[in-house]
Design a protein around this ligand. Structure first.
Ligand code: SF4
Length: 466
């Protein structure tokens, strides 16, 4: 793995008048497919009951063959998931559904609860039995339990939030009410938009654009927004004493056409490239990005450096999913099977290859080797984020410290390992400038090993939570 993985996409839609919401949920999930390809699902409420349609696979594989327009119900939620191999089980497919006194609940979650293990053990000691290893089930059960005494979701959420530590952007369905909930630090994104005579939530604004809706704003950290029959109400369930938005959303995770906290992802990536060119200039003939996510960074780099921008590498998009492959080694060679240099662009040239990030460095080393074999005279690597040195406790698949190429190494050593003539990483002030938010408002934990919350050590070394 050369890039961080494990993120999810959530969506929730509520129309004012009667119409089938399922095709809209489907298209929104398709727009969020980059956030997770392992499994997906939707729930829809038809006025009497809540139905779940879910399964393992891409959104079009799971939901594309259904007659979605025939599914009755004008409100629903959806989820698309990517997990590590160990968590890739049909029973972890979301949304999770449960029955309570206040009606059927469904929950889709993007993030990771760092003290889930502690809470689960405490509840197990009181006789609770859990069906999965998922922290989403834990949130659903805590909420369901609280709703017995506090039937209003914002009040119940306020109590549950006091126990939860971590990242959670949630879409919750309780009958015909859809709730968008964002943790008090706003670690993962959640956007609110207007669609036809109703409203919707989505992990990224691009899903709202795709449905012909109008993005309105981010759901605020510590806010719960309720959508019901085309009406919207906002409540605060927790005080936000500061934010910790994941900087990786701008650097790599989110689609370039999304807007997060007011900044367009594509613009941020181009700016990263420009700053990188100022921080790590080099005499070269051509600059290109590792497809697809390094392209905007490379364009910014080439523009600022005044060198030619071209496509130095091609990606085969039809190799298929890498997550179902049985081992890390096969996943890495599969990633490589997707990339191939364009000889006429690189042969006899001093090239700058720009990528968004490096985790282990295995793929980068082999990419540099490919470029040399294709005749590149010099290969200079530029990385659009500072050195990744620490695990992510908030839902990204980077948990063991020994996997990080940059941990405890100088740029010269890194350069040697990946076989490049030079390597240059974006600085932290450069990242701050590109995103346009002060570092205190961002999570940069995997770069600095300083997190906005206390993280139990066990949580950083293991992907399964208990
Ligand atoms: S630790 Fe890194 S990947 Fe995880 S939320 Fe923070 S910035 Fe994002």
């Amino acid at each position: 793995m050369d890039r961080p993985q494990d993120k999810c996409g959530v969506v929730g839609i509520s129309f004012g008048r009667k119409r089938s919401v399922a095709p809209f949920l489907y298209n929104a999930l398709r727009a969020l497919q980059h956030r997770g390809q392992e499994s997906c699902g939707i729930t829809v409420y038809d006025g009497k009951e809540l139905t779940l349609h879910s399964g393992m696979g891409y959104v079009h594989e799971v939901l594309g063959k259904k007659e979605l327009k025939d599914i009755e119900g004008s409100c629903g939620i959806g989820h698309t998931r990517y997990s590590t191999t160990g968590g890739s089980r049909a029973r972890n497919v979301q949304p999770f559904v449960g029955s309570t006194d206040v009606g059927d609940l469904a929950l889709g979650h993007n993030g990771d609860i760092v003290n889930a293990c502690e809470i689960m053990q405490d509840r197990q000691a009181r006789g609770w039995a859990f069906l999965t290893s998922s922290d989403t089930e834990l949130i659903l059960r805590l909420l369901a339990n609280e709703l017995v005494d506090n039937p209003e979701v914002p009040k119940a959420m306020a109590i549950v939030a006091k126990r939860l530590r971590g990242a959670y952007s949630l879409c919750l369905q309780v009958g015909e009410s859809i709730y968008g909930i964002r943790d008090p630090l706003g670690i993962r994104p959640l956007h609110l938009g207007h669609i036809e005579d109703g409203y919707m939530f989505a992990s990224e604004s691009v899903a709202i654009d795709t449905l012909g809706g109008d993005p309105i704003r981010d759901v605020e950290p510590g806010e719960v927004v309720e959508l019901r029959k085309g009406r919207l109400t906002s409540h605060r369930f927790a005080k936000s004493k500061g934010t910790a938005h994941c900087m990786f959303e701008w650097v790599y995770f989110a689609r370039p056409d999304s807007i997060i906290e007011g900044s367009e992802v594509y613009k941020v990536r181009q700016k990263i490239g420009r700053i990188l060119a100022r921080e790590h200039p080099i005499e070269a003939d051509v600059a290109f990005g590792v497809p697809d996510s390094g392209r905007a960074h490379a364009l910014g780099y080439a523009t600022e450096a005044g060198i030619e921008y071209d496509e130095g590498m091609m990606k085969n998009r039809y190799v298929g999913r890498t997550f179902i492959l049985p081992s890390q080694r096969t996943r890495e060679s599969d990633t490589l099977a997707k990339l191939n240099p364009i000889k006429s662009v690189v042969s006899g040239k001093k090239v700058v290859m720009v990528d968004d990030s490096i985790v282990r460095g295995t793929t980068m080393r082999r990419s540099v080797k490919m470029l040399r074999r294709a005749g590149a005279e010099e290969v200079h690597v530029r990385i659009g984020v500072p050195h990744i040195i620490a695990p992510c406790p908030f839902g990204i698949d980077m948990k063991t410290r020994d996997q990080f190429l940059a941990r405890g190494r100088t740029d010269e050593e890194i350069s040697k390992i990946i076989g490049a003539d030079s390597v240059g990483y974006l600085s932290l002030p450069g990242l701050e400038e590109a995103i346009g938010l002060p570092l205190e408002r961002l999570c940069c934990g995997c770069l600095t090993e300083e997190y906005a919350l206390d993280i139990p050590e066990g949580h950083l070394s293991d992907n399964t939570i208990c």
